[in-house]
Design a protein around this ligand. Structure first.
Ligand code: ATP
Length: 454
């Protein structure tokens, strides 16, 4: 079986995008105006899912450790930041045009042209397509600050969150109790004028990143680099991602940026093939040195009889790309009692809604009252839904499609024996439990390690 065949009958990007739209996770942006290419708006469940992804990242990197602090820097920074970082001179992709079909490609990405042929990796080296020579195209969006539009007012929307961290190195080290090895983590929007965006949330022009810069004594850099590759891989696995769909790919020497002594991508087997999910780079002291030089500010660690420019290990992930990977990974179609069902088998911690409370029928006031009381008790500590519309089977299917791990059904027996039916999304097992124990039971399950049943 080829790797991609493991997707047979399961997720495709189109199926996932269609479910996302139908069930209110993600909508094409500016939809009523015909859409804006590769721009998406998150609906209710998508917002909750992405928030859970970011919360899980922050929990693992900040809350459950003592050596990483948070930052939320501005999106528009001083233009010199991007000169020092090398983005003004070099943050570009090689762009080629096909003279036949007028489409644009990244020369470093193999793609199929609308004229039906395959441009080769390098422009000008194929008979297939009539391609122009490659020219460099800077990916940063430009805008102006203030009323006067001139060169001095030109600024950029940040293409990554990382530089906001480097330029705050001095602020953080002089105000917070940190000492190398320590990290600064940031979650926020980044913008890139991508030449070939696409594949739903995979490559957009406006997206969210989760980046962390880990500052270490130079001699420890290699060790921490290996540590963070493993740590970040485990993060995805602990959130239920299939191990056989996740791999580490070390960059070849020719792929490395000039300052990097090592970069590894965590790649996920998307339905489009193995693609980058997150990059972990050993950036040396390049960034701090560059900013020190351009800003004429000392950016170094001075401690007990020691002084050095820390080296930096950077795990850089995308919140939207991770959300897409979790969606694809969770998507499952099956037949249950000869009826098809689509289910999102999310890790409970990622699921937008943790529990749905359902009275067996919606027109019995005693059941409704009991169900609403339980729902109101649950929603103070977890994302919960109440639903009394339609037949119970239909309500279960709806919750399966948005990935709700547990449904609690209140029936006539509940009124006499005080027990409810707890239904598991993945095994479809139904057990009777006392109504008072539901909250504690679910809170415990949310904290326990979880293994997918697929
Ligand atoms: P790619 O090779 O896919 O263009 P990159 O190597 O340029 O990605 P980085 O600069 O390392 O990406 O950014 C870190 C992470 O940010 C990526 O691993 C990805 O998850 C996310 N990311 C980058 N560009 C985009 C984008 N256009 N849309 C969505 N997520 C993105």
């Amino acid at each position: 079986m080829s790797e991609l065949e493991s997707y047979q009958g399961e997720a495709t990007i189109e199926k996932v995008a269609s479910l996302c739209r139908r069930r209110g996770f993600v909508f094409p942006s500016s939809d009523i105006y015909g859409g804006l290419g590769s721009s998406y708006d998150y609906g209710h469940y998508g917002v909750l899912l992405k928030q859970n992804v970011k919360a899980a990242w922050q929990r693992a990197l900040v809350q459950e450790r003592e050596d990483i602090v948070m930052l939320d820097s501005a999106i528009i920074l001083h233009p010199q930041v991007w000169v020092a970082s090398g983005h003004v001179a070099g943050f570009s992709d090689p762009l080629v045009d096909c003279r036949t079909c007028k489409l644009r490609f990244r020369a470093d990405h193999l793609a199929t042209c609308a004229c039906g042929r395959k441009p080769s990796k390098l422009a000008g080296q194929t008979d297939d397509c009539d391609l122009t020579e490659a020219r460099e195209f800077n990916l940063m969006f430009e805008t102006q600050v203030g009323a006067v539009r001139d060169e001095a007012s030109r600024v950029f929307l940040r293409p990554e969150t990382a530089q906001g961290i480097f330029i705050n190195f001095k602020n953080v080290t002089s105000s917070l109790r940190v000492k190398p090895p320590f990290g600064i983590a940031q979650i926020g929007k980044s913008f890139r004028n991508e030449i070939t965006p696409g594949n739903f949330l995979f490559r957009m022009r406006e997206f969210e990143q989760m980046e962390m810069e880990f500052f270490v004594p130079p001699a420890e850099a290699d060790e921490w680099y290996r540590y963070w590759i493993e740590e970040r891989r485990n993060w995805y696995l602990n959130l239920g991602m299939r191990g056989n769909h996740l791999r580490v790919r070390a960059h070849e020497a020719t792929e490395l940026s000039h300052y990097s002594s090592g970069t590894s991508d965590l790649e996920y087997l998307f339905p489009i093939g193995w693609s980058e999910l997150e990059g972990i780079a050993n950036r040396g002291n390049f960034d701090l040195t560059q900013h020190a030089e351009h800003s004429k500010t000392k950016l170094e660690w001075v401690g007990h009889e020691e002084r050095f420019v820390p080296h930096v290990i950077e795990p850089a992930a995308g919140a939207d790309r991770a959300a897409l990977a979790f969606l694809v990974d969770a998507y499952h179609e099956e037949e249950v009692a000869e009826r098809p069902r689509t289910v999102l088998q999310f890790h409970p911690r990622l699921a937008p809604v943790k529990v749905a409370v359902l009275p067996l029928v919606g027109n019995d006031s005693a059941l409704v009252e009991k169900a609403r009381a339980l729902y109101e008790k649950l929603r103070t500590t977890m994302s919960a839904e109440y639903d009394e519309s339609a037949a119970i089977g239909k309500r279960y299917r709806r919750q399966d499609e948005i990935g709700t791990p547990w449904c609690v059904t209140i029936d006539h027996d509940t009124l006499t024996d005080g027990q409810v039916t707890l239904r598991d999304r993945d095994t479809l097992e139904q057990v009777r439990v006392p109504i008072e124990s539901v909250r504690g039971l679910l809170l415990d399950r949310l904290d326990e390690p979880w293994t997918p049943s697929r």
